[in-house]
Design a binder for this molecule. Structure first.
Ligand code: NI
Length: 152
């Protein structure tokens, strides 16, 4: 495994739409493993492949118990509402208020290409929405209603 460089806001790769994954091979597994190591080192909640410069529909979300690997993820249902501060490893040190659904169910493939569904609430639901937006070239900053004051 290797730690990859995280692309920062302003890099046009973050504005591109990612391609579907069609081959679930060793190369994909290496990408996912590297993303996991990169996310853990950065102490983040989620990471999408374009953030490490790869335009593929791959994202990971780190919940309290485990890491969820989302390949070709699609939101199949969303309900409720939550408003809270959100940040992104591609825009370090900044936090903005974003309203999201409170419960989100995602259909995705695992690293072997097997379809599954996962439901998350609160922070996990927020992370699913945030990471899937990255795969379409969008960032949460487009949805911020209020930025957190800088302390210094
Ligand atoms: Ni992000």
């Amino acid at each position: 495994m290797a730690i990859r460089n995280i692309v920062k806001l302003g890099d046009e790769i973050l504005t591109k739409k990612c391609r579907e994954v069609t081959v679930f091979d060793e190369k994909l597994h290496t990408l996912i493993d590297d993303m996991i190591e990169t996310l853990e080192q950065a102490d983040g909640v989620g990471l999408a492949a374009p953030q490490v410069g790869i335009l593929k529909r791959v994202a990971i979300v780190h919940t309290s118990e485990k890491i969820i690997e989302l390949i070709n993820p699609v939101i199949v249902s969303a309900s409720g509402e939550q408003t809270d501060y959100e940040g992104c490893l591609s825009y370090p040190g900044k936090y903005g208020k974003v309203t999201r659904p409170n419960v989100v169910t995602v259909r995705a493939c695992d690293r072997y290409g097997k379809l599954y569904e996962v439901t998350g609430r609160e922070l996990m639901a927020r992370a699913f929405c945030h990471e899937i937006e990255h795969l379409d070239g969008h960032m949460y900053i487009e949805k911020v209603t209020e930025w957190m004051e800088e302390s210094e």
